[in-house]
Design a protein around this ligand. Structure first.
Ligand code: AMP
Length: 213
């Protein structure tokens, strides 16, 4: 692949954030998560955050036009390769991303992390993210003080990480994002990796799929 451009698909809590960052670090790629950016906009009280708020609270996807604006603005500002975590999530988003990248003759690959639903439900309760830096992980993966292992700031649970919200997000994934995997599969751009196991184990599988060893 000339300039790697990788989109990460996967149900909620499948490890997209953790693996996306490992992949970006290993490959020297820029990394962006639309979900995390939406939560930041919400916290900062921006116009975009206010528009996204009811969707995030209900466990629904934000409108395509909003996600597209966020992702394509970020992509246009990046020179080299990149990893997009959580975008595209719908067919129109995937098609618009292809149309946007077409003039650059970009080689896009999609990676889907596959994890059974009952394991995802267990992970949701454990999941934490840093209130300051990009660290995400599990409560048990943090240091005993409960502070961020990367920068020492407070760790927080995502406001949308309760079981009811998770089930809504999983349904949205099943209905709207699974077809996106099919879209990339028909053009032979999809790579499937099991997301079960430790972050290191999962990352080893990803490395071998993308020949990053
Ligand atoms: P994530 O952090 O990737 O789990 O995303 C959290 C939430 O942000 C999702 O459940 C959606 O409500 C919203 N979101 C993130 N990315 C997108 C997207 N590409 N399209 C629509 N909604 C999104």
């Amino acid at each position: 692949m000339a300039v790697p451009r990788i989109v990460l698909l996967g149900p909620p809590a499948s490890g997209k954030g953790t693996q996306g960052r490992l992949l970006a670090n290993k490959g020297g790629l820029a990394y962006f998560s639309t979900g995390r950016q939406l939560r930041r906009e919400l916290k900062a009280g921006t116009e975009l955050g206010r528009r996204a708020d009811p969707y995030l609270a209900a466990g629904c996807y934000v409108p395509d036009e909003l996600a597209l604006a966020l992702a394509l603005t970020w992509v246009s500002g990046v020179d080299g390769g990149w990893v997009l975590d959580g975008f595209p999530r719908t067919l129109p988003q995937a098609q618009d991303l292809d149309a946007f990248l077409a003039p650059q003759e970009a080689a896009l690959r999609a990676l889907i992390l596959e994890v059974p639903k009952d394991e995802l439900e267990l992970r949701v309760g454990e999941r934490r993210e840093c209130s300051v830096c990009p660290w995400t992980g599990t409560r048990s993966g943090a240091d005993p003080s409960g502070r961020c292992p990367s920068c020492g700031a407070e760790l927080v649970q995502r406001s949308d990480d309760d079981l009811g919200n998770f089930r809504m997000r999983f349904k949205a994934f099943d209905e709207l994002t699974a077809p996106v995997a099919g879209y990339y599969e028909t053009s032979d751009r999809l790579r499937r990796v099991s997301g079960v196991g430790s972050p290191e184990e999962v990352f080893r599988r990803i490395q071998s799929v993308f020949h990053l060893d």
